[in-house]
Every structure is written in structure tokens, then in C-alpha cells.
Design a protein around this ligand. Structure first.
Ligand SMILES: [Zn+2]
Length: 305
């Protein structure tokens, strides 16, 4: 008889796309899905339910038993799985997501499964820690540079969640209180300067033109990227001061499109740390390894019973 492994489903809802994976117990992605993120709470929930249904059906056709489902969402998620605040998802606020998902998933897959809801970057951090660039590193910080900035710290091999689950809002500490308003309502957050949107603001044109130009060796794009890398390094230096990590893993769309940026950030970090930089043990700075599926893989890992 053909023996098949149990699986968990991971769904990562981003600001622009919704990625899903079916993850087996060895950490292999055995099936995946990808759709565009719509606007509005009901449409967003429907897309995640569709992704679950599609992956659960695939699991069934492959002979796998689904043990759990994890959902990663961009925003403040309580430990009970309630999405309190999501500035990058227009119209989504105070949604008891886990309760809703349990109900909806049950109608599609009527067996007992674990359902967890987690912040998307927290899930990605866990994935990079368990099976990505941060594997075996118990003191690591993951920073995801996308439209905004998110992340999480793993300390002592455990995700740092805080009292309520809101820890790791790494994009929202103040770099310049006289700076522009952030989506979170504060002024001059690191995210305003060092995210994909921040790169676009600095360049005065879409950030992707800069990363693409720099990859082709365009001098002007490289100069903008160099300036941008200092903003990135400034925030990372703050994170080093706070967490003293052994490794920093950089993920998200901005980093994945730009190899020159990674080396610029590595050069800028010791300078950003000031005099203390000479006396610290510099963390290893690596690019994330799991790519755009990191959040979904992390959500699936967190849903393992
Ligand atoms: Zn902010």
C-alpha cells in the first residue's frame, strides 16, 4: 500500500496576492495555489476559504490527511487569532478571523483540524527559522521588506510574540518624528523610508524601476539604492541594539529583486552601529531562502498539531 504523509495547509494573505501551500511532514511543499487579493473583508475571507478548499481537495486527491490549517495575515493578530488592525488591507478591521475560518473550513473539510491565524511576517520568520536561511539559529531576526515592513524575532529558538501577540511590528518605530505620516498613523516610521514604498518615495518613481535598473548596472539606480541601503541599515542597527541577534534574515519583494542591495546593506550596517559597532559581534546578514512562499510555509508549520 502506498503510504502518504499527513499535511498541513498554509495560506498567506498579502496586500496584493494570496499564496497557499500544502506542506507535508518533511517540510516539502506538495501543492500550491496563488490568487490576487481582493478589496474588502468579505472578499478577502472568501479568497482564503477558496484557497483552503482548493488545497484540501488536492490533499484528498493525493491521499493526504489534513491535520491543520494556518493563515498568515498582514496586521495585528491576537493570540486567539483575531485580526485587530490591518492598515495594508483596506476595509479589514476587527475580524474574529480564527473563529470564522474554523466555521468555514469545517464545512469544506469535516474533520478535526487545528486552525491558527498569525501575522504574515511572523509566519515567514518562523519558516525561515525552521527550514530557511535561519535554520539552526536560535537568536535571529527576520525582516520582510515589501510594500511595508514587517518581521519577527526568534529568541532562544522561540517566536517572540509579546503579551497579546502583537510583537514584531518592526516597521513601526520612529526614525524621524518630523517625517511623513505612516499608514499606521504615526510619523516617520522606519517603514516610511525603508520599505518598497519608501524606495519609490526616495526615487520619485516606482521602486521596481530602481531595483531592476540596479540589477542591470544602471549608475543612477545604483546611487538611489545606495542611499536607500543606509535607511535600511539604520533600522537594522536599531534591531541589533535591541535584540543582539546572531543572524538577520532579509526577505520580501524588495530584497528578493535586488542582489546589489544586500551587499550595500551589509556594508552600511557596521557604520550605522556607530562606535559600538567596533565592539559588537556583527550578525550575519542573509537573504531569505524560501521566497514568496515563506509566509504560507510558516503558516502551515505553525498549524502542525
Ligand atoms: Zn508606522
Amino acid at each position: 500500500m502506498n503510504v502518504v504523509s499527513p499535511v498541513t495547509i498554509g495560506i498567506d494573505l498579502g496586500g496584493s496576492k494570496c499564496a497557499g501551500v500544502l506542506l507535508d511532514d518533511t517540510g516539502q511543499v506538495v501543492a500550491s495555489s496563488r490568487t490576487v487579493t481582493p478589496v474588502g473583508a468579505d472578499a478577502v475571507i472568501a479568497v482564503m476559504v477558496d484557497a483552503f478548499g482548493e488545497l484540501a481537495a488536492q490533499a484528498q486527491s493525493l491521499g493526504h490527511t489534513v491535520l491543520g490549517a494556518g493563515v498568515g495575515v498582514p496586521g495585528l493578530v491576537t493570540k486567539a487569532g483575531s485580526l485587530r488592525y490591518a492598515p495594508h488591507l483596506f476595509g479589514v478591521l476587527e475580524v474574529p478571523l480564527r473563529d470564522l475560518m474554523i466555521e468555514k473550513f469545517k464545512s469544506l473539510y469535516p474533520h478535526d483540524i487545528v486552525v491558527v491565524v498569525e501575522n504574515d511576517n511572523t509566519a515567514a520568520a518562523w519558516a525561515e527559522h525552521v527550514c530557511g536561511a535561519g535554520q539552526g539559529r536560535d537568536e535571529m531576526v527576520y525582516v520582510g521588506f515589501g510594500t511595508g515592513i514587517g518581521g519577527a524575532a526568534v529568541m532562544g529558538g522561540r517566536l517572540l510574540r509579546g503579551k497579546h501577540g502583537f510583537a514584531g511590528e518592526l516597521g513601526h518605530f520612529t526614525i524621524d518624528r518630523d517625517g511623513p505620516k505612516c499608514v499606521c498613523g504615526r510619523y516617520g516610521c522606519w517603514e516610511v523610508y525603508a520599505s518598497g514604498n519608501g524606495l519609490g518615495r526616495l526615487a520619485g518613481r516606482p521602486g521596481i524601476e530602481i531595483t531592476d535598473g540596479a540589477a542591470k548596472g544602471d549608475e543612477e539606480a545604483l546611487a538611489v539604492l545606495k542611499k536607500f541601503s543606509v535607511y535600511v541599515a539604520d533600522g537594522l542597527a536599531d534591531l541589533v541594539a535591541i535584540f543582539d541577534p546572531e543572524m538577520i534574515v532579509l526577505g520580501g519583494g524588495v530584497l528578493s529583486r535586488s542582489e546589489p542591495l544586500l551587499s550595500m546593506v551589509r556594508d552600511a550596517l557596521p557604520i550605522a552601529l556607530g562606535d559600538a559597532g567596533d565592539h559588537r559581534v556583527m550578525p550575519t546578514v542573509l537573504a531569505a531562502r524560501l521566497g514568496p512562499q515563506a509566509g504560507a510555509i510558516g503558516a502551515a508549520l505553525l498549524a502542525r498539531p
